[in-house]
Design a protein around this ligand. Sequence first.
Ligand code: TRP
Length: 327
Amino acid sequence: MTRILTGMTPSGIPHIGNYFGMMKQAKELQDNPQNECFYFVSDLHSFTSKRDPELFKTNSEASVLDWLALVVDPDKTIFYRQSDIRAHTEMLWYLSCITPFGLMERAHAFKDKTAKGMEANVGLFTYPILMAADIILYDIDIVPVGKDQAQHVEMARDLAQKFNHHFGDTFVLPESQIKEEVQTIPGLDGAKMSKSYGNTIEIFADEKTMKKKIMSLKTESVEMGQPIDPETCNVMAFHRLFENPNLEKLEADYRAGNIGFGDSKKQLFELVWDYFAEARARREALANDPAEVERILKMGAQKASAIAEAKLELVRSKFGLNAKHLG
Ligand code: TRP
């Protein structure tokens, strides 16, 4: 068995780039019976930048629904909210006390974020230590993350090693698994799809909005009836991404000048709309059944906290703490 964990900080509406960047891989890992997956919404991490309770609730509820709709099968994966497991924040303290200040000073993410004008609070500075607690409490082998988080996983490994060295074998040393970007997911304008470029297609957009977005995909100007090179066409890139079953015919039509961008985009819309049909139905059903969502989160929290609490007890004992007098 390989233990796999990843967390996602709730930050708004998921788009196609998010899906192919991370979520699809998480789903495939979950479907491999050799893996035991822990996926959680890292809501505590969001306080480093935002402290609006209403927005917090909205974002974290949406994130839970998105992950349940698109990725998580709660019978296969332990799925929970970080804030439901108190052990993470307690572990943060024990780890903080063995973390060299200089190690945190080397974190790229902190430097990048504060250089961009983000408030430099101590929570943002120690963000990697909380992330280390998230990981090592569960004896995790593999942490699939984007390139930007690789250094944080390295730090978690360093801290686990340091702890083991000082207190004897306690933690498994985690390793990151960086998803090689086989292909960059293009946005509406052909540049990388990213919220900060404003070129995204939201997965759960309503039909009209999604259609409008897809019809607005940027293309070269080719006269009607003229051949189009399928290799350089932005719309074609999406047909490939969504595994259009009629790809060969479409490519032949492109080359023969039998199809224009308009028709290609209409076909693409149908393809994308169907691709997410199941997830859309699942999301809607869950959104209308908050009791079921709570049941899933409670089940996840119970399983996760049993594991985390046991590890925390061991850590406490290593420091000479015991709470026997509390009964
Ligand atoms: N920091 C990660 C992000 O912003 C989310 C995260 C929190 C995480 N804790 C984690 C990812 C532990 C992997 C493992 O994307």
